[in-house]
Write a protein of this length. Structure first.
Lengths: 187, 187
């Protein structure tokens, strides 16, 4: 389930290192949230535009992160041929010999993915309840402020939803990865 | 994945077709409640509570999974709170040990059922995330409204999506399991 043994220069060989990555990820996210709420609307446009970058940073929903992609990603066009350039032959898969090729999840990995989503879903349900409750409480004494920040708070919540299953995988995947796992070269 | 009685309000639910009819009927009722809520939200802002109550009722009483009642066993896979044993040893504050193993099939999910539970949550995670993205997009548009859509209409649509997302978040995993489980053979 863990596809890389290092990510953005951080080693990810042990559970402790992977947990550190999760903590750092959510610390950075919290930093963005505080900065966004403090600095106001000017910063929101770029932040919202980067949703998929931050949300998919841990992998899972896209390739390139430490967690293996859950499903076959969309394939880029092969630009070597004029036929492909015109997209007459449809989309082409990656060359399977390259390390970026997506390999379907085996049974254990599918189980891990499903368990992570179940755990994330449970956390999400409580978090959503807390979010709504806090929203209405703040609405009572600062309605203008909360109405102004709704969009940004929703964005933070969306990032949380997008990244939580991957964070659960990274947090719970036991010990050292399998011996055959090697660091994949980045393109 | 169903309880031993296999009935909802006296209607047998062993057949998958019966369960699918139940799921369709439940979502039809929830859609009507949500529709009425959205249509009359200008009358009272607290009307949304009824849609939430209806979703909770279906989750806890009809579908199950979130509580001790309903068709599905509790997702938490934990035993019910033990009832006091009415024997003399209770008066002596001793803990009697059961001579025969207790039948835990009413609440314990086996490996297949746990796998189905986790898969259903994985499948439900996507639609809920998509609803959240749609909500975020609408709120972003509402911040800078287009000239051909009035702000009240946008806010009503956003409210509707938030309501539907909340209802789906509460009911979708159980509905997926009820929809996909095969027919149950009579004992």
């Amino acid at each position: 389930m863990i596809e890389q043994t290092s990510f953005l220069g951080m080693p990810l060989r042990t559970q402790r290192q992977r947990r550190l990555l999760v903590v750092l990820y959510y610390t950075v996210l919290l930093g963005f949230a505080v900065a966004g709420l403090w600095m106001g609307e000017k910063t929101w446009g770029p932040l919202v535009a980067q949703t998929l970058v931050f949300g998919g940073l841990l992998g899972g929903i896209r390739m390139g992160g430490p967690v293996k992609a859950y499903a076959r990603p969309g394939f880029p066009l092969d630009m070597d041929s004029t036929v492909h350039t015109l997209n007459l032959d449809g989309r082409k898969p990656f060359d399977p010999s390259t390390p970026e090729a997506w390999v379907p999840l085996d049974e254990r990995e599918r189980n891990r993915r499903d368990v992570a989503h179940y755990t994330a879903y449970r956390i999400l349900r409580w978090a959503f309840g807390g979010f709504v409750l806090a929203y209405f409480l703040v609405m009572g004494w600062a309605p203008a402020w909360i109405a102004d920040k709704t969009l940004f708070l929703l964005w933070v919540f969306l990032l949380y939803v997008l990244s939580l299953p991957q964070a659960v995988v990274l947090w719970t995947e036991p010990g050292e990865p399998a011996g055959e796992l090697i660091a994949l070269p980045r393109p | 994945m169903t309880e031993s009685n296999y009935t909802v309000f006296g209607i047998p639910m062993q057949q998958r077709s019966a369960r699918r009819k139940l799921v369709v009927a439940a979502y039809l009722i929830l859609a009507i409640v949500c529709g009425v809520t959205i249509a009359f939200i200008h009358v009272s802002a607290y009307l949304y509570c009824y849609a939430i109550y209806a979703a909770l009722a279906f989750s806890f009483i009809v579908f199950g999974g979130m509580g001790r009642r309903g068709l599905l066993k509790p997702f938490s896979n934990k035993p019910p709170r033990p009832e006091p044993v009415m024997v003399m040893m209770v008066q002596l504050q001793l803990r009697p040990k059961a001579l025969v193993p207790q039948d835990d099939s009413a609440w314990r999910n086996d490996e297949r059922e746990l796998s189905r539970r986790d898969r259903a949550h994985y499948q439900a995670y996507g639609p809920v995330g998509v609803m959240l993205v749609a909500l975020l997009c609408l709120m972003a548009i509402a911040n800078h409204p287009w000239p051909w859509i009035s702000l009240p209409v946008l806010m009503n649509v956003a409210f509707g999506i938030a309501l539907v997302a909340t209802v789906l978040c509460m009911t979708l995993p159980a509905a997926i399991i009820l929809w996909t489980e095969p027919d149950i053979e009579p004992m």
